[in-house]
Design a protein around this ligand. Structure first.
Ligand SMILES: [Zn+2]
Length: 348
């Protein structure tokens, strides 16, 4: 259990300090007496509009984060804060080496003239649990369906950047289970398919998670050692405990000895959902599975295989950040951006 010390600065105070709000809004926040109430106010759509009023405010935040990540140095070594001048559009110019830099070009938001704050707001709404679909955005902003679809894909790719950085806590067991994701092909249920087509309708997904912690879902070509091993090696620290159901494919973890495998066989009699001795279970991951299915099948009416991973990332982001405030979740997106010059990256 985490204990909250009295010396800790309230989150609302940090936010009020970090962003500029209008007096009218500040008064509204002040009127709330509890910390919870203040935070509620600061996580409202109204607050978002004050934090990011225009496309420039989001651009500034993106550029500053990326500059800071490359240690405030241009590729030529000059200090960015001193030597860079702002050009028209979303560009900067180095007065020393004459290099022209467009920070957004290195992010998932490249190739768009759409207002950046509007795109960020979509992520904000996604986080707040609104089921955002392209059709809805089309209605809100009066754009073409194709444009909003592209915009949503940018948001999901951005979220994907943040999710890629997620790590599991090595001190707690990681649950792993697979999910068989249906990819609708537009044909009816009882249409007879030629050989092999039936298998194309289903894509396996490896879902890993820690209750109350990080979740990740990854599209895999097949449920096999060859496709599961590299993902586990990349995402789970060696020596961690992994909980799975009785599937024999995970046995390699025990054989190779890098991880501790604990199983909970669901097909045993009587049926058990948690191992009586080790406590091994995959309940949290199964909960995540149903959320993924619910969102992709029911809300989006099915997603394409090509973009499935980005939809999986969106759900991973939502589940992992569960009870966090939405501003922290958005901060994560900025933090996930790459440095503008990777060679000058700050080592921390
Ligand atoms: Zn330069």
């Amino acid at each position: 259990m985490q204990t909250i010390t009295t010396t800790e600065v309230p989150r609302s105070k940090i936010l009020l300090h970090q962003y500029k709000f209008s007096d009218e809004f500040l008064e509204k926040v002040e009127r709330r007496t509890t910390e919870k109430g203040k935070l509620q106010m600061l996580n409202s759509e109204r607050a978002f509009d004050e934090m990011y009023p225009d496309t420039e405010s989001v651009f500034q935040r993106i550029a500053q984060t990326m500059f800071l990540k490359s240690n405030n140095r241009c590729k030529c070594g000059a200090l960015i804060s001193k030597r860079y001048i702002r050009l028209k559009g979303r560009k900067y110019k180095c007065t020393v080496c004459k290099r022209i830099v467009a920070p957004v070009a290195y992010t998932p938001l490249r190739n768009t003239k759409l207002p950046l704050h509007e795109t960020l707001k979509i992520a904000f709404h996604m986080y707040q649990g609104k089921h955002i679909t392209a059709t809805q955005i089309k209605r809100i902003y009066g754009r073409k369906y194709r444009v909003t679809l592209k915009q949503l894909r940018m948001v999901r790719r951005w979220i994907g950047l943040a999710v890629e950085k997620y790590q599991f806590n090595p001190l707690h067991p990681v649950q792993a289970d697979e999910l068989f994701h249906l990819i609708p092909d537009g044909l009816g249920k009882n249409v007879r398919r030629t050989r092999g087509m039936g298998s194309q309708r289903i894509t396996p997904v490896l879902v890993m998670g820690q209750p109350g912690g990080t979740y990740r879902a990854m599209k895999i070509p097949s449920v096999s050692i060859a496709s599961i091993r590299p993902i586990i090696n990349d995402t789970i620290a060696k020596g961690s405990t992994i909980f799975t159901d009785g599937k024999p494919v995970y046995e390699f973890l025990n054989r190779e000895g890098d991880y501790v495998l604990q199983k909970c066989n669901h097909s045993s009699r009587p049926k058990m959902w948690s191992h009586p001795e080790t406590g091994a279970n995959v309940n949290a991951v199964e909960g995540a599975n149903s959320r993924i299915k619910g969102k992709n099948i029911r809300v989006h009416r099915g997603v394409s295989e090509e973009h499935l991973q980005t939809y999986l990332d969106e759900v991973s982001w939502l589940i992992t950040n569960g009870k966090m405030d939405s501003i922290t979740a958005l901060d994560q997106l900025f933090e996930a951006l790459p440095p503008i010059f990777p060679s000058n990256e700050k080592l921390n």
